[in-house]
Design a protein around this ligand. Structure first.
Ligand code: AMP
Length: 543
């Protein structure tokens, strides 16, 4: 028998062309399975008995319509119908690129090309008009004479003595009498004096103490945050950035107290309307987009935590934010200064102390961090890097969770492992990470509980480096293999059975079966009561 390759007639499909094509709006129907190939402007698929190509894309700005994905926006536009133009400072496909235009130039949302403002030229508009030219596109010629300098923006002349006049072409008149000059100097002096008093009053009232970043900058950062963390972006109230802005000249940096891959932490003095205070100033180098995002993510989380603080939770176990500096080239997050430093260093320093009840009092820090996790849980924020190195001890001996930027710091070579899995961050704190975070990049409050279990282990070992299967250094694949075999950190020497049991529950494969931070707090408090000498607990209750 000879088979002739022949398609079904219009409107039919199937092996025997016995089925009716249900695609709408002029779509062609696949000869075998009936799938619709939509004409431009229509989308939709055949699902069970529901017709395909029956939804109009309604895309704007020349966007094409993909029958599965809907509108595919051209560069410069975003949104489900491509109705929104890229926010100021961003451009390109999906508005993913940053403009590099300077000196007030606008930037094309399509290709990022800079449209220089008056007086500037060059690719980034970074060059002032060459000598003798000024204005838009440096097209106008200066009229300044006698070696006067010409303003690149408006062409105004700054004369050299003895020349004067609009174009510096008139000789200055000698003063006929000293009296009028003296008079004008006196009145000028009193004006300056008056202005200084007004400025001082405004400063005292805090009106001049900080100038907020402009709304455009805030909008741009929000747009970035929305792409990373929708919940976080939504929890921020308008003006969130400006409310925390401090002036760089009010900060006096002091000694270095910590260093990370993205910047440094310095002890510093901050001038405030209430007087000078000591702060920890965390600087970031924000020249690349990753560190720029890290800076604003950490700033946004801290602002979000602080704006939600209310009378129910007056004492927070999250490091206190005191201000932000975003308007200078070096960006700063200003935090409360924790004189005892980080918990890991603290644990290692007290290794030789053999004091009754020491372990019980260390569990107090674990209780503090369990409370910090509860705060984050209420805000639906995952910290992603809960570890002793990211806990600070305050002057009042309270442990507070810090470092919300997933900053890869001095531990890069030992604690953070370079990861080549697509879609995951370059450096990951593998030995603190929950199995699902390693395998799928999923971070939740329950994955923070896994890391909290490792933090308990660090406390119980006085700051040892976590060791799996006899190894302190594991690759990504080795780590997954070890955990998948059910292997976990072993019980530290002298660790109470109940505490190790709590750690093991934090390391359950199934996130939902791990203890909640509330439950962990409860159990740690109970353990602490059993371990601390009775008089210490009584002392605490009195305090
Ligand atoms: P980070 O980049 O936030 O992990 O900070 C690096 C190191 O700087 C920490 O491990 C601490 O030793 C120190 N550090 C950070 N913040 C503070 C602070 N608020 N008070 C005192 N030391 C700090």
């Amino acid at each position: 028998m000879q088979v002739k390759p022949m398609g079904c007639p219009d409107g039919k499909y199937g092996l025997r062309c016995h089925k009716d094509c249900i695609c709408k709006n002029g779509a062609r129907c696949h000869g075998l399975n009936g799938a619709c190939k939509c004409p431009p402007g229509w989308k939709g698929v055949v699902y069970k008995k529901v017709a395909g190509c029956d939804e109009m894309c309604d895309c704007l700005h020349g966007a094409s319509c993909d029958r599965w994905a809907g509108c595919v926006c051209p560069p410069g536009w975003t949104g489900p119908r491509c109705q929104t133009q890229c926010p100021p400072g961003m451009y390109g496909k999906d508005c993913e690129k940053y403009c590099i235009c300077e000196n007030g130039a606008s930037c094309s949302p399509i290709d990022g090309r800079c449209n220089c403002s008056s007086g500037w030229y060059g690719k980034n508009c970074s060059k002032p008009c060459p000598n003798g030219r000024f204005g838009q596109h440096c097209q106008r010629g200066c009229t300044c004479k006698n070696r006067a300098t010409c303003d690149n923006v408006d062409g105004s002349c700054t004369c050299v003595t003895p020349w004067t006049g609009l174009n510096c072409d008139q000789l200055q008149q000698a003063t006929s009498s000293d009296e009028p000059l003296l008079e004008s100097l006196v009145s000028l002096g009193s004006l300056v004096f008056l202005a200084a008093i007004v400025m001082a009053i405004l400063y005292k009232m805090g009106i001049l103490a900080c100038s907020a970043p402009d709304a455009g900058e805030e909008e741009k950062i929000l747009f970035e945050l929305k792409k990373m963390e929708q919940d976080l972006a939504q929890s921020l109230q308008p003006g969130w950035l400006g409310r925390w802005e401090k002036k760089i000249r009010h900060l006096t940096p002091g000694p270095l107290i910590g260093e990370g891959m993205f910047g440094q932490v310095r002890k510093a003095r901050l001038r405030t309307p209430e007087g000078e205070i000591t702060v920890a100033a965390k600087t970031f180098r924000v020249e690349d987009s990753q560190s720029y995002r890290n800076f604003y993510r950490e700033a946004a989380i801290l602002v979000s935590v602080h704006q939600q603080r209310n009378d129910d939770y007056p004492e927070s176990n999250i490091v206190r934010l005191l201000g932000l500096i975003t308007k200078s080239p070096a960006k700063y997050i200003l935090l409360e200064y924790a004189p005892k430093g980080d918990l890991l260093g603290f644990l290692r320093r007290i290794r030789d102390i053999n004091e009754e009840g020491l372990f019980g009092s260390l569990l107090g820090y674990a209780v503090d961090i369990a409370r910090a996790l509860q705060e984050l849980g209420r805000l639906r924020i995952a910290h992603r890097d809960v570890a002793a190195r990211n806990v600070l001890i305050t002057a009042d001996d309270v442990a507070k969770l810090a470092d919300f930027g997933l900053a890869r710091d001095v531990y890069v070579t030992t604690q953070y492992v370079r990861c080549t899995q697509p879609g995951l961050d370059d450096f990951l704190p593998l030995k603190w990470m929950a199995l699902e975070s390693i395998e799928t990049g999923e971070y939740t409050c329950q994955s923070d509980v896994w890391s909290f279990g490792v933090l308990l282990w660090e406390i119980a070992t006085l700051g040892q480096d976590p060791c799996y299967d006899g190894r302190t250094q594991l690759t990504f694949l080795q780590m997954v293999g070890v955990l998948r075999q059910g292997k976990r950190l072993t019980k530290p020497e002298g660790c109470p059975e109940d505490l190790y049991q709590l750690m093991k529950e934090c390391w359950c494969d199934v996130p939902a079966t791990r203890p909640t931070p509330e439950e962990a707090e409860e159990r740690l408090l109970q353990l602490r009561r059993e371990l601390l000498p009775r008089d210490a607990i009584e002392m605490e209750t009195v305090v």
